[in-house]
Write a protein that binds this ligand. Structure first.
Ligand code: ADP
Length: 351
């Protein structure tokens, strides 16, 4: 649904041409020298798609982005924001219009083959050749990346993604979840230090999603830098240590997950009191507080300014007892909505 098949493909590079094959070298060993600080660096990366009809789409607008080595990085944004375009530029599948980008410290224009060897992309589409078995598919992919037969880890990778038993089965017999895992396996054949998953859990059931996330965490623990795009904001919050939010081709926020959430430093404390109230007691007037019904007080406060115990002692001071109490914190969804609406909660009191 996310991508129209009628879209002009003129600017998309075919991956099956030998002159576009990535370098033979696989994994981190390909790039001698110290490990780069950033797994990905983009500077003023711009992309305008020009269709056959002359219409153009400005998909990326001077994107600056650093993805630190070793983490799980989330790229969030609504449909059409430019996430796939960005990823496809890094993977050498789409030609950017301007700017510079490096993958694992390798400039994608100066050393495209080496740069492509440093990144594995798990695409959104579940397109797989129905008549190839997973084993054959990984072998073909390894051949494409120039991984010599002696260095191939086909069965090891299939085991890692839980598909060893299906190694020789027709791909058309695989379930949706298995196909997804096979795509991850394909992206791992050349042992890239950076793995990108484009909307990996779209259309995937909750159980499989959990096991996919576990797998991603495991890969990350073993040293792979992971970049993922997702609409599941809660999961991004749970999984990613750093998040960039992209909207209409621009990065509108990029921060450590916790800091990003804290930028919307608004909390809510809901107290059910033991005694019915006609009006707000004067002892509570210094707070931002509502009385939606005669037994409920809803306090809105900033953690930087107010502590819960201050509120609770003021409630006691007003002669009220607390029958029940709950708090609500902003999640990434709130941050995301605030940012994309333009109401960026900055350092001021705008949030
Ligand atoms: P996202 O991955 O965030 O959904 P995309 O990168 O797929 O966003 O798309 C960004 C914008 O570029 C959208 O307006 C989309 O329609 C347009 N676009 C993407 N690919 C092409 C293409 N091959 N030709 C023309 N326009 C494209």
């Amino acid at each position: 649904m996310r991508r129209a098949t009628t879209r002009p493909e003129t600017e998309t590079r075919p991956m099956n041409q030998s002159d576009t094959s990535p370098a033979t070298t696989a994994g981190t060993g390909a790039h001698a020298g110290p490990l780069p600080e950033q797994a990905i660096t983009a500077r003023r990366v711009d992309k305008t798609y020009r269709g056959d009809s002359g219409a153009s789409v400005h998909a990326l607008k001077a994107v600056d982005l650093d993805v630190p080595r070793g983490g799980i990085f989330g790229l969030l944004g609504p449909n059409g924001a430019g996430k796939s375009t960005f990823i496809n530029i890094l993977a050498g599948l789409v030609v950017k219009s301007a700017g510079t980008a490096e993958v694992w410290g390798i400039n994608i224009d100066r050393e495209p083959r080496l740069a492509r060897a440093a990144i594995g992309v798990v695409p959104q589409e579940l397109n797989l050749d129905a008549f190839f078995s997973p084993h054959e598919m990984l072998e073909v992919q390894a051949g494409f990346y120039g991984v010599p037969p002696a260095e191939r880890r086909t069965m090891e990778i299939l085991e890692r993604v839980g598909l060893a038993e299906k190694a020789k089965a027709y791909s058309r017999s695989l379930s949706g979840g298995m196909r997804r895992r096979l795509l991850v396996a394909k992206a791992l054949v050349h042992n890239p230090p950076v793995l990108v998953l484009d909307e990996p859990t779209a259309g995937v059931d909750i159980e499989l999603r959990q096991s996919l996330w576990e797998f991603v965490r495991e890969l990350n623990t073993n040293g792979t830098t992971v970049v993922l795009t997702t609409h599941y904001l809660e999961e991004a919050e749970e999984l990613c240590d750093r998040i960039a939010i992209i909207n209409q081709g621009q990065v509108i926020a990029c921060d450590d997950t916790r800091a990003l959430v804290q930028r919307l430093d608004n909390k809510e404390l809901r107290i059910t009191v033991g005694e019915p109230l006609d009006a707000l007691p004067g002892a509570l007037s210094r707070f931002t507080v509502d009385l939606p019904d005669d037994r409920t007080l809803v306090f809105r406060y900033r953690t930087r300014e107010t502590e819960v115990r201050e509120i609770l002692s003021a409630v006691a001071e007003a002669g009220l007892s607390v029958a029940d109490l709950s708090t609500e914190e902003p999640d990434l969804e709130d941050v995301f909505l605030a940012l994309t609406r333009g109401a960026v909660p900055g350092n001021s009191d705008g949030g």
